[in-house]
Design a protein around this ligand. Sequence first.
Ligand SMILES: *[C@@H]1O[C@H](CO)[C@@H](O)[C@H](O)[C@H]1NC(C)=O
Length: 223
Amino acid sequence: MGPRVSPRPAWRSLFSFLVVVNIYLAALAHAYAQLSDTALRNVPSGDDALNPHTGSLLSPILIPRVPGTPGSIAVQHHIVDFFARELPLWRLEWQNSTSRTPATGTTEIPFSNLIFTRDPPWTKGSGDVGRLALVAHYDSLYKPEGFIGASDSAAPCAILMQAARGIDAALTKKWEAMAESEDVGLGLDDDEKGIQILFLDGEEAWVTWSNTDSLYGARYVYL
Ligand SMILES: *[C@@H]1O[C@H](CO)[C@@H](O)[C@H](O)[C@H]1NC(C)=O
């Protein structure tokens, strides 16, 4: 005969539940700190770069940019040139693929994801670094013709560009200060994480959204 298992009193279950909830909340509190009014007031505004008509970051994206068309290539250049010009410390990786779509028969359509990464300098791109990833897709719908997808997702792309520019100098400063610490490289500190910004191609369906007609470029992300 094995040992007798006494039924677990309800209060103990409740207690375990509360402990779990507490740990969970503690983890959340650690991951997401509440921003003070002062911090919010200091968040950089979008300024003119995000103006839809004249903004240097947003307005060049507000064109039809169906994968494989000149509009798509123009937007790729806009993003690549911006990083090359203003954020040279971010490493660019292209992830190119081709697919057929139900709208274009046997033609292989090209899709290109653009991935920009900035890691703490002491990791030397070794890959064994955690990263915060920020993602938007830059392609626009095939139909209706002329569709520019302002919120889906031209504006998010421009906002990610603006965000990269907004944090670049602060990252340099923070990592320079950290590089002098002896703990650096041990992975003990959350601030050792790198940042990756992904501009994905071919998110949209060409005819009707399904598992095969969608996420052409976007499904090929490998990190
Ligand atoms: C991916 O495609 C783009 C054009 O769409 C091209 O400029 C780039 O060189 C290609 N990259 C690779 C690694 O094949």
